[in-house]
Design a binder for this molecule. Structure first.
Ligand code: ZN
Ligand code: MN
Length: 144
């Protein structure tokens, strides 16, 4: 483990402890997996991956660990209608591409900040609380 990873682990530990939670081996494995992939996996995908390393882990535990990571602000949860929630290691405001085939999502670098938002006019009386920019389409694997 390099010093950057050590630092990340220490930050994660502090975030969890601020919410009365602990950095368990399972929680660290869930967080590690989320850090390693770019497609913002579902809980099920996290479970299948982490089970390779920690065979005793259950899907229910993975759900609980993900919730703990979301609650302490280390991970964000992306919910879209009826589709399974996906989990993102980034917690800053940013955008995504989303595949209509497999449902995977990737970070999208786009300049759609407050200046862009000023040009968008919702109907009178509509109070804007948040916004997101999402490109929908098919990823390389789903295009064929
Ligand atoms: Zn796809
Ligand atoms: Mn993201």
């Amino acid at each position: 483990m390099n010093s950057k990873q050590n630092q990340k682990g220490a930050t994660l530990k502090l975030k969890l402890e601020s919410r009365g939670a602990h950095l368990t081996q399972q929680r660290a494995a869930v967080f590690d997996y989320l850090s390693q992939v770019e497609h913002h996996p579902t809980a099920e995908e996290v479970y299948l991956a982490v089970k390779q390393k920690l065979p005793k882990i259950s899907l229910a535990t993975v759900y609980k660990n993900l919730e703990a990571l979301v609650n302490c602000g280390a991970v964000s949860k992306l919910s879209y209608g009826d589709a399974a929630a996906r989990y993102d290691i980034r917690t800053d405001h940013h955008y995504h591409t989303r595949c209509l085939g497999c449902g995977k999502m990737w970070d999208l670098e786009a300049k759609a900040g407050p200046d862009w938002l000023k040009q968008v006019k919702p109907q009178a009386g509509f109070a804007v609380k948040d916004y997101r920019l999402e490109l929908l389409g098919y990823c390389r694997d789903c295009r064929q």
